[in-house]
Every structure is written in C-alpha cells, then in structure tokens.
Design a protein around this ligand. Structure first.
Ligand code: DPP
Ligand code: ZN
Length: 875
C-alpha cells in the first residue's frame, strides 16, 4: 500500500480553470461528460505528462481540443487517464464516462439513497464520477447541467446559482443548469436529483443580498425541518456578527438523505446532510439531537468561508478547515446556549473520544505527515483537538488580536488553498508573536501531561507553583519537544474569593494565563498571605492531563467556591474519579470497600442547589464513563472491575438521595416542549434523576419510571425513562420497549434510539440481543445510521460487554467488519477503530482482541480503509 507524505507535496503541473459537466442521470448507467479547460502551471516543462485521477472508471470517449487523440497519445485505466504529451498551451479535454449509481454501496461519488441521486466527493469521491485532478489545490469554476427523468427526479440541484431549467421536448426528461462562480476544488462538487419536498425561507445579508434558503427532504418530512431552518438563519446572522462573514450566493440549499457515511457535507451552496442532523421534532428527537442539528447546520454553513472560500492545499491540512470550523461551531452553540455547559460537554467529548485516540496505536498529530487512506483521518484529533488548538491560539493572543488574525487570514487567503503555516503566520503577524513553538501542537501527537506541585510560604507571603510537562512517544514520534501550554489559573482565598494574581515572572504570565514553555518552570506569586486553593487549567485552557494532588478537602472547596464553573465541574469529576479508582483497585484484589460518604453528600448538595443551572447540576452528577476510567487506568485494564466500581458508586448515590431524585423527576421539565437551553437543561437533570432513581431503594421506583416512559410527551423524557428501565433491568422494561417499538415503528431515526438503548445495556445477554436485533425489520445492514446505532453503540458505548472476557464481543465485531468491508469500506473502517485501545486491556482480553485483528489482517480482500486501521492497531 502506498503511503502519501506531506514532504512529497508538489504543486500541480496542470491547472483546470473551468469544468462544464453534463450529467445524464440513469439509475444504472449515468452518462457524464466533462469538458475541462486545462493549462500547464507556470514552470511546467513542455511535454510533462498529465495524469488525471480515476476510481473504478471506464472511459467511453475522449476529445482533445475537439478531436480524437491518437491511441498512443493517452492511456486509460480504472484509476487514471494519462495524456503522455499534452499541449504546451491551454487546451480543452472532453471526457465521457458511464457510471452506475445504483451499484454504488460505498456511498462515495454519485449514489442513490432511497431513490434520490446524491453525491459525496470529500475526500476523493469526484474521481468516481469522472477523471480529474482530484486534489484540493486545483480550483475550478463549475457549470453543471443535470438531466433526469421527470417523474423519477422532479428536483434537480447543483452547486452555486440556478441558471436555467426546462423540459426536453419530445421526451420524459428535463434538465437544469447550475453555475457556481466561486472557484472550488472537486471535493466540494455536488448534485442531487430526486423526488423531494422542500421548505423555504429567505435571509438578507447585511450588505443586502437576498438569499433564498431551502431544505429538501423526503416527502412527508417537511414538518421536521423547522429547527434546521431556524438554526441556519441564526448561523448566517452569527457569522456576520462575530466574524464579519457574509454569504455569497443567491441560494443556499440543504438536502437530507438517509444513507450517508459522515454527518454532513459543506458542498458549495448545496450542503448534503445525514438526515439525522436535519430532521427534528419533539416526538422523535431528543434535546441532544436538537443541539446536534443546530451545531452541524452551523458547522457546514461556517465552512462556506473556512473550508470553501479558503480551502486546504492538501489533505494533510484537513485541520485547517475542520479544527477551525469546529471551534467556530462550538462558539456559536455557546452563544446560543449556556457557555459553561457547552464547554463541559465539549471537554467530556474530547476526553472520551480524542484522549483515547491519542493514547493508543491510532495516535496521530493534528496535522498528520503521512497517510495510507485519507478517509481514516476524519478523526477526533483532527476535529476536536484541532478546535482546541485554535482555542488556545485565542487564549494566547487575546480576543482582539485573535479577531485581527482571523480577519487577516480571510483577507489574505480568500480564494486560496492554504496551509497551517499560512494560517499561523496571520496570527503571528496580527499579534506580533512568534508562534514557532506553538506550532508544535500541530506536529506532535499525544496528550501532554502536566505535573504540578505548589508550595505556600506564609513568611514571605508567596505561593510557588512548579509545572512540569511531559509527552510520551506515539507511533512514528519517539521523542518530543516541550510545547507552549497556556495554563489559566486562579488562586482562591479561604473565604472562597479569587485572589488577584501578582506574578514575579511577568513575561511568562499573561493576565491569568501562565505560559508554560519549558519542560519545567516555577511561577511565584506575591501577596499570598494565607494558603490559597489552586484552581488550575480553568476553562480547560489546554488539552492536557493534569497530575496534581489537591486534597479531597481542596477539591470539595473548589466544587463549592470556584468562580470558574468548568473547574467546579472538574473538581467533582476528580473527586468521583479518585473514589472510582479506589473502588476499582479494591475490586481487582477481590475486595469491596465502602463508598466515601462525604463525596455522596457533596453531590447531594449540588443536586439540590437551586441557584445552579439544572444542566450544570446534571453534568456534576454525571460520573466519568467507563471508557474515561479505562483511559485514566491506562494499562492492564479490567472493564468488569470498572463497571462494578462505577455501579457501586451509582447505587450509593441513588440510595442516599432516592427521595430527592424521585421528587425532582416529578417536578422538573413540566412545561410544554421547547428546544431552548433552559428547558433542555431541566430535562437533562430529570433524566439523570430517573437513572439514579432506578438504582435507589425506593420501593415504587420501577412504577415511577415506567409512568415517565408512558406519559412522556417528548423523546428526551421517553428515552431517558426507557434507558433507566432497560439498563437496570427493572419490571416494566419489556413493556416500555414494546410500546416504544409500536409508537416509532415507521420512523427509522427514532428506532435507532431503541436499538442503542438495548445495545448499551451492561447485562451479560446484550451481545445476543444485539445479534438478534440485526434481524429486526427496522434494521438494515446497508444503512450506516442503523449499523452505527446498533453495532457501533455496542462496541463504543458498552465497554464491559464489547470486551467480554470470552472475546465474543471482539469476534462479533470482526464478523461485522468482514461482512461490511466490501460494501462500504469507510463504515467498516470506522467500526473496526473500536479496537483502538486493545493494548491497554488486561492480557487475556488483549490477546483475544489481537487474535481478531490478526485474523482480519490476514484476509486477502480487505479494503484499503480497513486494512489501514487494522495494521496500525497491530503495529
Ligand atoms: N463533511 C465533513 C464535515 O463537515 C467533512 N468536511 O466535517
Ligand atoms: Zn467540517
């Protein structure tokens, strides 16, 4: 398998200025004519061969400047079309290919989803449609003519603005022409054709451009688009307000399709979405779904500038658009909702998805330097850690210089295919900074670890903090350099108020941010008369793990007094983690210890503190997950002992506050459904109360929860009650499952939740149930959402059952991967990544996982996508 390396990057020898596409749609034989205006790039020696990319293509016709070239002048294979000696002057190449959308099960290129023709071209799907220079630094202006059967596809959509449309006389067919004036790389090309219904709205940009907005869905689903449309309009206004960025076409189309490998795709003027991130109503979508729809709509819209107007020079720069755009959508959601709660949710996600990636065999830098399959680099590291790096940049520069840097980046690189170096140069220039050391965040994989010690001297009224950073080896990177780590700090006095910081090393402290740039540094603060409690890494100012040793009393103090809500939450997590580790260590030795009553009581105080936002209270009471604990344990992990420890603590909390959980569950979230943050927060806390009530000793707990499941008037409450019943195996679980199934049988996205609830149950019979559910009428192996909701939920959301000591969970995943690999390599590769932490497991489980991976590796027919993950896991 060939490895693509950043160091081998060369600018393209030929450029394509214009693309005129004529796509005559047919379910099994779509004819694509591409007319390309090509010219040699400056400095390309005459006679340099032109190699266009293909993937599974067959050439039907070729014309060079209107004439058939001699057979010796070119060579065509499924993966390339080569002109041996192209003209030295600009020339026109006309290429005809025939493709089969119906047979396209990989969902890359042109395919059909429930009868709708749609495309997915990122990263390298355009080459499955026609031969092209399929690389992001070749930018062309596209005109697309789409032709289709009028009854099969009454709606024809392309990139850019509509130019003309009409029937084709004497036939059952019609056509539409779309023109996109903005030069773009091929990965942003899209077309959609089908029998689609739509909802419409308008948005007027601040300079007065009237934009027609439309969301296209399967007929009958129009009523479920309101939230997406509302989110779109808020995104457009927010990007103008916060970043000064306006939309640049006359129309903006969104299409929801049911078969989609990713979340959504930012094609210019024609975003294509996994329907999961468009459709929402209270009956079928949870508050979390509403939040995701809002965030993904915003994310794809924000790509219009960070991704489309300024794209990536090569795929190594993927984080240039993704990390930045995730940062932007996180900021948007923070402004729409509660900022602290959003931050906590994002960090939870980072720690549970990205930290394990960084700690295992799949670890890679935010900007990788080599890949075998780019599809495997749409990762939590590129996206979520990439966003953290941008956030740190803002912390280091301050809001003003950061905004100036962004403005410069947009001004300077509009229309470019850019690099991380160019991006950073704009901030270095705007902020008058040297960002050379900071750039290591893009280069070095792994999660840095901070060791912190503090010493207070009452005689000199000083506090000194010593911070030491370390970063372990990761694949391909044996040793690392020290990073520039911004550590936001607070010192809290005995009364609970922040003490003003008087640092001695003024050049290394910026406001309340310590600039740690050496392996070890000591920071000294004057005027600290009494021993303060140190609040470190406020707001999670850097994606690092911290090893400090605050006493339980200090952590309780932080939980009560920290002015930084993030660190109040973090203190509770640290307390819970410590307790869980203690219980875990005992269980591994065969002991069962009593649970720490002080922790249980402190959590009860937060639960009943009416001054706190309900969503925040829910986050504090939500214990670290099994995977989080496994990551902290790091080696020789016993998932059963983790589950028992966590269950023990949950039961102790449930029993101690059973009454409160019962009464809060009845009191909270009684207003008619509205998807706003305040109401959603109440429902989150209510759901958490039901989950704890389920493990309390309240006699009527099963009845209360079953009643909530029956009477819920929205999906959030219904699924929370159902999960509590099923996961605790309470009386009424089967009845509630059956009622849910009857109610939502016709709605695949709702049934996905029903699959997930069952797949994530920690009981020994779960694997058997998962397997049986693959034969349920609502399940469909060809639909990625179904597979992820059932199998993906089991392998990534049910640690103890996936890693069963008999290895049956591993074997099952291996079988699923073999089954799906030829059909949909991207999906198979995603699923097999669930093995990424196998080396941290205790030896027996690790050997069983390795066995399954080795068996997969031994298969001759494995896809490039899956082989890449499997071999990296085994390396
Ligand atoms: N569609 C994916 C995203 O928006 C990849 N660009 O993140
Ligand atoms: Zn994106």
């Amino acid at each position: 398998q060939t490895v693509v390396r950043l160091d081998d990057y060369r600018p393209p020898a030929y450029l394509i200025d214009r693309v005129d596409l004529d796509v005559r749609l047919h379910p099994s034989a779509t004819r694509v004519t591409a007319v390309l205006a090509i010219r040699p790039a400056e400095g390309t020696p005459a006679g340099t061969p032109l190699v266009l990319d293909g993937d599974g293509l067959r050439l039907e016709h070729l014309l060079l400047d209107g004439r058939s070239p001699e057979p010796e002048a070119y060579a065509a294979s499924p993966v390339a079309l080569t002109l041996h000696r192209p003209p030295a002057q600009p020339f026109r190449l006309e290429i005809e290919t025939v493709i089969n959308p119906e047979a396209n099960s990989a969902l890359m290129g042109l395919y059909r989803s429930s009868g709708t023709y749609c495309t997915q071209c990122e990263a390298e799907g355009f080459r499955r449609i026609t031969y092209f220079l399929d690389r992001p630094d070749v930018l062309a202006v596209y005109t697309t003519r789409i032709e289709a059967d009028r009854t099969e596809a009454p709606v024809l959509l392309g990139n850019g603005n509509p130019v003309e449309a009409g029937p084709i006389a004497g036939t059952e067919r019609h056509y539409a022409i779309w023109h996109d004036p903005h030069p773009k790389p091929a990965y942003l090309f899209a077309l959609v054709a089908g029998r689609l219904a739509s909802v419409h709205d308008t948005f007027t940009t601040r300079s007065g451009r009237l934009v027609r907005l439309a969301i296209h869905v399967e007929p009958g689903k129009e009523d479920m688009c309101g939230w997406a449309m509302d989110s779109l309009k808020r995104s457009m206004a927010w990007d103008e307000h916060v970043f000064g960025l306006e939309y640049d076409l006359d129309v903006f189309n969104i299409v929801a399709v049911s078969d989609f490998n990713m979340g959504a795709m930012e094609n210019k003027g024609l975003n294509i979405f996994n329907d999961k991130y468009v459709l929402a109503d209270p009956e079928t979508a949870t508050d979390q779904d509403y939040g995701h729809v809002e965030a993904v709509i915003a994310h794809e819209y924000f790509h219009n500038w960070t991704g489309n107007r300024i794209t990536c020079r090569d795929w190594f720069q993927l984080c240039l658009k993704e990390g930045l755009t995730v940062f932007r959508d996180q900021e948007f959601s923070s402004d729409m909702r509660s900022r602290p709660v959003k931050r906590i949710a994002d960090v939870r996600m980072l720690k549970s998805h990205q930290f394990p990636e960084d700690a295992g065999p799949l670890a890679h830098p935010v900007r990788p330097r080599a890949y075998r399959e780019i599809n495997n680099f749409y990762t939590a590291t590129v996206y979520e850690k990439g966003a953290e790096v941008v956030r740190m940049l803002k912390t280091l520069l301050g809001a003003e210089d950061f905004a100036a840097g962004m403005a410069l980046y947009i001004r300077r690189h509009d229309g470019d295919a850019a690099t991380i170096e160019q991006f950073l140069a704009c901030f270095a220039e705007a902020g008058g900074r040297d960002l050379e050391q900071f750039a290591l965040w893009y280069e070095q994989a792994g999660t840095p670890r901070l060791e912190v010690t503090s010493a207070h001297d009452p005689d000199t009224a000083t506090l000194s903090l010593t911070l030491t950073q370390s970063l372990g080896p990761t694949p391909g990177q044996a040793s690392k350099l020290p990073m520039l780590i911004p550590v936001r700090l607070g010192l809290i006095g005995p009364e609970g108020a922040d003490i003003g910081l008087r640092p001695r090393e003024r050049d290394r402290v910026q406001g309340d941010v310590l600039l740690l740039s050496e392996r070890s540094q000591t920071f000294t603060f004057d005027g600290v008369t009494e021993r303060p409690v140190v609040s470190l890494l406020r707001g999670f100012s850097a994606p690092v793990t911290v090893n400090a040793t605050p006493s339980p009393a200090d952590l309780l103090f932080l939980l009560q007094h920290d002015s930084d809500p993030f660190n109040r939450w973090q203190a509770a997590q640290d307390l819970a983690t410590r307790e869980l580790m203690r219980l875990y260590a005992a269980r591994r030795k065969g002991d069962v210890l009593a649970v720490d009553a002080a922790l249980v009581s402190a959590l009860g105080d937060v639960l009943t503190d009416e001054d706190l936002d309900p969503a925040f209270r829910a986050q504090v009471l939500h214990l670290p997950g099994e995977a989080d604990l496994a990551r902290d344990i790091g080696r020789d992990v016993d998932p059963d002992a983790i589950l028992s420890a966590r269950t023990q603590l949950r039961h102790a909390i449930g029993r101690a506050h059973g009454q409160t959980f019962a009464s809060l569950a009845d009191r909270l979230g009684r207003r008619p459904f509205a998807p706003d943050a305040a109401d959603a927060g109440e429902r989150t806390l209510k759901g958490l109360c039901l989950a704890y009530l389920a493990v309390s000793d309240q006699d009527t707990r099963a009845d209360i929860i079953a009643r909530h499941a029956r009477e819920a008037d929205n999906m959030t409450d219904r699924i929370a009650a159902l999960s509590a019943l099923v996961h605790e195996d309470l009386a009424g679980a089967d009845t509630a499952l059956a009622a849910f199934e009857r109610r939502h049988a016709g709605h695949p996205l709702a049934m996905d939740k029903w699959f997930t609830v069952q797949a994530t149950s920690p009981h020994a019979g779960t694997l058997t149930i998962v397997d049986a559910l693959t034969r349920h009428p609502a399940f469909d192996w060809t639909n990625p959402n179904r597979v992820r909701a059932l199998v993906g939920a089991f392998t990534t959301g049910n640690q103890s059952q996936f890693t069963r000591p008999d290895g049956a969970g591993f074997v099952y995943l291996g079988d699923v991967v073999e089954r799906l690999d030829q059909r949909n390599p991207q999906l198979a590769a995603r699923l097999v990544s669930a093995f990424r932490s196998w080396q941290a497991l205790e030896p027996k489980r690790a050997a069983l996982a390795e066995g399954v991976l080795s068996k997969l590796a031994g298969r001759a027919t494995l896809s490039k996508d899956t082989r890449d993950i499997v071999e990296r896991c085994l390396a």
